[in-house]
Design a protein around this ligand. Structure first.
Ligand code: GTP
Ligand code: NAG
Ligand code: NAG
Length: 422
């Protein structure tokens, strides 16, 4: 019999072995084995995203940079760079107070899983590694990215970058930290994929670099195997997964084993599959608020939505719909009424949940529950919906159970279909 100590040791060994058996090459990586890491040689890339961008677009920007950092692992002169994850603060769609929340990524994602793809650290770890405690942090070089002004007029879409005069006002607030600043701030006109930043990193000996407006950098290749590895590495925080599982078990008669959505322990071991069944419910993502205001003809009215949900339920012989929405209490009540005899469920986060995980946590629980459904209907062109569809691709659902969007009064849009690639 193993005693607890042996088991622990075994797990440690497995953890250490894991990176060497995967396809990615980590031989020279410092982040896996802290002791062999010379702090003095470590370099840090911090990044931030345009203030009005939402949670789900920000997840996409992370993937672009994660792919860059995955690339850096194989370049001996740059593999001492780590990517510092920008804390989540004052997101436009989220309720927030004057005091920025600075929520670490670990509240939403599984850091160990992210680290199996790219060398990332949290902002608080960056602070911790900074040699002078309780001092001000001065970032060596800050680049505010901007698009080239006249790309469309000149038709010049070549990849390029150039230090240029700043066209926009940059607020340089450094993630709302009062003890972070820089004396070296430049604007960089940029057009190209994230890996083009390698030229910038090679052009300097700076130890700390901050890229603002990182959404300007593009994906190296959207939708290829590497893109999906980065996406698969973004597993959710285990506590949020547990809370979602409890909700599914208690209210939706759904669990991973019966639903045939058990995934391997790490994303590295995932394989192509299409045999997921999902829980006995239909899930919908009904994006409201700014979507209703900014694209009224593309978002269905509630009555219209209810008719469509009933049709899907009838076709599948199901009686329960799970609703993820950012709509108001009144809108949900109205939808529930319009659904007549059907069971209409939603996740109402308890107070202590909201205190800890905030709107981002509630959004993720909604996304997880939607991703485990037998059938999903989303909102056309919402990145919240896209992220659910990706999750279902990873879990191995049949394509036609996933890429469905609501029709609106002005017609039925053709949903974009981005299938998983291994
Ligand atoms: N809990 C919950 N929150 C939602 C839902 N839909 C939207 N939201 C909230 O609204 C925010 C806006 O959606 P995001 O997808 O993050 O914003 P975005 O990246 O601009 O993407 P779009 O949906 O395309 O606007 C999310 O971060 C959530 O906080 C939902 O179904 N459930
Ligand atoms: C900077 O301030 C934050 C809190 O605002 C703190 O957590 C961090 O430790 C500080 N960093 C340093 C190097 O003192
Ligand atoms: C690269 O370095 C040179 C010399 O310091 C500088 O003039 C140039 O602007 C730099 N290019 C970029 C893209 O940073």
């Amino acid at each position: 019999m193993f005693n607890a100590g042996c088991n622990f040791y075994l797990i440690m060994v497995l953890n250490l072995l894991l990176p060497s058996v995967n396809l990615l090459e980590y031989e020279n990586v410092c982040f896996k084995n802290e002791d062999s890491c010379k702090e003095t040689t470590r370099r840090y890339l911090l990044y931030d995203v345009n203030r009005p961008e939402g949670f789900n677009l920000r997840r996409d920007v992370y993937m672009r940079l994660a792919v860059l950092f995955q690339n850096l692992q194989t370049s001996p002169d740059l593999n001492n760079f780590v990517l510092v994850l920008p804390p989540w603060s004052n997101l436009v769609h989220w309720s927030y107070s004057d005091i920025p929340e600075q929520i670490p990524w670990g509240y939403y994602f599984d850091l160990d899983s992210l680290k199996l793809f790219a060398p990332v650290i949290e902002m608080h770890e960056f602070f911790h590694s900074y040699p002078y405690k309780f001092s001000k942090i001065t970032i060596d070089e800050v680049y505010n990215l901007q698009h080239f002004e006249n790309m469309f007029e000149t038709g010049d879409f070549r990849d390029r970058m150039e230090i240029s005069p700043c066209r926009n006002k940059n607020d340089n607030n450094y993630f709302f930290y009062k003890n972070v600043s820089s004396a070296n701030v430049k604007c960089l006109s940029y057009h190209g994929p994230a890996t083009k930043l390698i030229e910038l990193l090679r052009n300097t000996t700076a130890k700390t670099i901050l890229i603002n407006h990182a959404e300007v950098v593009l994906h190296d290749t959207f939708g290829n195997a590497k893109y999906w590895q980065a996406r698969r590495s973004m597993r959710f925080n285990t506590d949020l997964k547990r809370i979602s599982a409890e909700f599914r078990r208690n209210y939706l008669n759904s669990d991973d084993v019966n639903d045939k959505i058990v995934l391997p322990e790490t994303w590295i071991k995932e394989k192509p599959r299409r045999d997921a069944i999902g829980g006995p419910y239909v899930a919908v993502h009904l994006r409201r608020r700014d979507f209703v205001r900014s694209r009224p003809t593309e978002v269905p009215g509630l009555q219209n939505a209810a008719v469509q949900i009933k049709t899907v339920l009838k076709n599948l012989g199901l009686s329960t719909v799970f609703v993820a929405t950012d709509g108001t209490e009144a809108e949900f009540g109205e939808l529930e009424r319009l659904m007549g005899g059907y069971k209409v469920m939603r996740f109402v986060p308890p107070l202590d949940f909201m205190e800890k995980y905030k709107d981002g946590g509630a959004a993720i629980v909604d996304q997880i529950i939607c991703s485990c459904a037998r059938y999903f209907v989303g909102t056309h062109e919402s990145t919240f919906t896209f992220r659910i569809q990706e999750e279902r691709e990873i879990m191995g659902f049949p394509v036609d159970s996933t890429f469905n969007v609501f029709c609106s009064e002005s017609g039925c849009p053709t949903p974009s279909v981005w299938k998983i690639v291994f």
